[in-house]
Design a protein around this ligand. Structure first.
Ligand SMILES: *[C@@H]1O[C@H](CO)[C@@H](O)[C@H](O)[C@H]1NC(C)=O
Ligand SMILES: *[C@@H]1O[C@H](CO)[C@@H](O)[C@H](O)[C@H]1NC(C)=O
Ligand SMILES: *[C@@H]1O[C@H](CO)[C@@H](O)[C@H](O)[C@H]1NC(C)=O
Ligand SMILES: *[C@@H]1O[C@H](CO)[C@@H](O)[C@H](O)[C@H]1NC(C)=O
Ligand SMILES: *[C@@H]1O[C@H](CO)[C@@H](O)[C@H](O)[C@H]1NC(C)=O
Ligand SMILES: *[C@@H]1O[C@H](CO)[C@@H](O)[C@H](O)[C@H]1NC(C)=O
Length: 399
């Protein structure tokens, strides 16, 4: 069954692409402008392109082939290049008209670099200033007030979804230009500790086996969902109560052995194996969209992704608002519905609750939760088969 689902997921993914192709596609927009082919190539290579396609109300500061070759002559690693290119994506819409009508002649605007969590402090903002003679200057906020690039021309304007404009050269920014360590030099726990997941990071450091599992998966692709400090701290008594093997499996449960950007997670709903998955021990979780949110579910509870702590292929780290509980270690109410049993389980759960109950307990009654999950699982499977059927007939139709 699991095997079958894995085989079918690529079909599903294709279907989602067909269904959501309403918005812009930066790759095909730039393909109309051959003198921007290098910029276009690197947007795809660094996976900045799908993040651009996912967003609206944005402005791309495009660099022509000459400006790109001078940037590339400094031999940035692909990770550094991703940061630099993300700095050239403004999270607001500026076409040529708006650029020349900025209130008070100057504005600071956020970028995708700042939004991906890679930018330290307030770096990752761009200063746009109207200058004498109709010129418009651009400079990173961490570039000592120097506006080192200028507006050249508009390439594409789709109000108010996306504007692509050319600027003279790459923006300089100490933070974005900083050599970014390759994945093998990445210190996962340092990254987590610095961004609100110190309790989880410390717990991981105290378990060499689980830590080793995470480390071994960095090079090949790894996505981590780390519980924020408050809920993780409240959960520690339950964690300490597990057996040694339970501790390791629990920690490994928060990693999946593939890289998943936010847009991939949004379009790849369904069951995912985790680092704790081991033969008969499923330790899997379900990724599911809920409006704009992405949730993770087990039969015990549901948590929400609240932020991106790091997104540099092959590693992504997201924060989650609660501790997701694997059903292999924590009991949901029994599945068959003889009424008294779930009530007992619920009461027991309440009696054992840690000091901040909302932080680690499933929202709502565990019995309802289980029923919901079972229905949801059934629905998802039905949808997968329906979709796969559609995908197959589509393919057959094409052949
Ligand atoms: C702008 O984006 C929205 C949402 O993705 C989409 O529905 C709409 O068609 C887009 N408008 C244009 C002109 O492409
Ligand atoms: C965007 O366009 C490029 C080239 O035109 C194509 O290869 C790619 O699949 C498109 N991406 C999406 C998400 O439609
Ligand atoms: C423009 O400048 C005026 C006077 O200095 C100030 O009150 C106002 O807040 C500024 N507007 C913006 C959008 O920065
Ligand atoms: C943008 O930079 C210019 C030049 O350094 C400076 O005068 C202006 O105050 C800055 N604007 C903002 C909004 O920080
Ligand atoms: C990451 O840094 C912590 C201390 O900040 C250290 O204990 C740990 O060994 C480091 N991990 C790796 C893989 O270097
Ligand atoms: C730890 O386990 C014991 C025995 O299963 C249970 O009685 C106790 O309530 C548990 N404590 C916590 C904090 O989960």
């Amino acid at each position: 069954m699991r095997q079958l689902q894995l085989l079918i997921l690529p079909f599903l993914y294709c279907l989602f692409l067909f269904q959501t192709s309403n918005a812009h596609n930066i790759t095909s927009l730039l393909a109309k402008h051959p003198s921007f082919s290098t910029f276009n190539h690197y947007l795809s290579l660094t996976h900045v392109a799908p993040e651009i396609n996912r967003r609206t109300t944005i402005t791309i500061l495009a660099l022509d082939n000459a400006a790109m070759s001078s940037l590339l002559s400094e031999n940035p690693s692909v990770y550094t290049l991703k940061n630099i290119l993300s700095l050239h994506v403004l999270l607001d819409y500026f076409d040529s008209k708006k650029l020349h009508q900025i209130t008070n002649g100057t504005v600071l605007t956020a970028t995708m670099f700042q939004a991906t969590g890679s930018a330290p402090g307030s770096s990752g903002f761009i200063n746009i200033t109207e200058l004498k003679g109709g010129k418009v200057g651009f400079g990173a906020e961490d570039n000592a007030g120097v506006l080192n690039a200028y507006f050249v021309k508009a390439l594409e304007e789709i109000p108010y979804n996306i504007s692509v404009i050319q600027i003279t050269k790459a923006l300089q920014s100490a933070a974005a230009d900083a050599p970014t360590p390759g994945p093998s030099e990445l210190n996962l726990t340092d990254k987590m500790s610095a961004h609100g997941c110190k309790v989880f990071a410390d717990t991981l450091l105290s378990n060499p086996e689980a830590m080793g599992t995470y480390q071994d998966n960095i090079e090949g692709g790894l996505t981590v969902f780390c519980p924020l400090d408050e809920p993780m701290k409240a959960f520690l008594p339950k964690y300490k109560n597990l057996t040694a093997a339970g501790n390791t499996a629990f920690l490994e449960f928060f990693g999946i052995p593939v890289y998943q950007s936010m847009s991939m997670l949004r379009s790849n709903n369904g069951l995912m194996n985790t680092l704790a998955t081991d033969g008969a021990n499923n330790f899997d979780l379900t990724v599911q969209n809920d409006g704009n949110d992405v949730t993770l579910k087990t039969k015990v509870n549901t948590v929400k992704i609240t932020g991106t702590l790091l997104d540099e292929e092959p590693v992504a780290i997201y924060t989650i608002d609660k501790v997701l509980m694997p059903s292999e270690l924590f009991k949901a109410a029994p599945t068959p519905p003889p009424a008294p049993a779930p009530v007992e389980a619920a009461d027991k759960g309440k009696a054992n609750a840690a000091p901040t109950p909302e932080a680690d307990s499933p929202d709502g009654d565990p019995a309802d939760q289980t029923a919901d999950n079972n229905n949801a699982a059934g629905r998802i499977e039905a949808e997968i088969f329906a979709a796969a059927g559609a995908g197959l007939s589509l393919l057959l139709g094409l052949l």
